[in-house]
Write a new protein. Structure first.
Length: 92
């Protein structure tokens, strides 16, 4: 199963879907390996992410960070609802 760059950016930001609710972003990093590196390199070329070379902690795998433009693209159209009940949507 191939994942999209938008899904990877949402994962890097910590956004997860629970039914019809989305958890607000709370982080910004992704240690990539395998096929994900090529997808992230494409996002870097588009200006949606930045790349830092891996180190001992990451096992040599590069670390990617979502830029402000990538964050806007990845979260476009998502409404974050309050944790308890429904009400006025809040955005991160």
């Amino acid at each position: 199963m191939r994942v999209s760059g938008y899904e990877l950016m949402r994962h890097a930001l910590g956004v997860q879907q629970y039914g019809v609710r989305f958890k607000k972003p709370y982080r910004n990093h992704f240690v990539a390996g395998g096929d994900h590196v090529a997808i992230w390199d494409g996002l870097v070329a588009q200006g949606f992410a930045t790349k830092r070379e891996g180190n001992q902690i990451t096992g040599g795998c590069p670390v990617f960070y979502v830029t402000d433009a990538g964050r806007a693209a990845a979260l476009a159209g998502i409404t974050f609802k309050r944790l308890w009940g429904y009400g006025t949507p809040t955005h991160a």
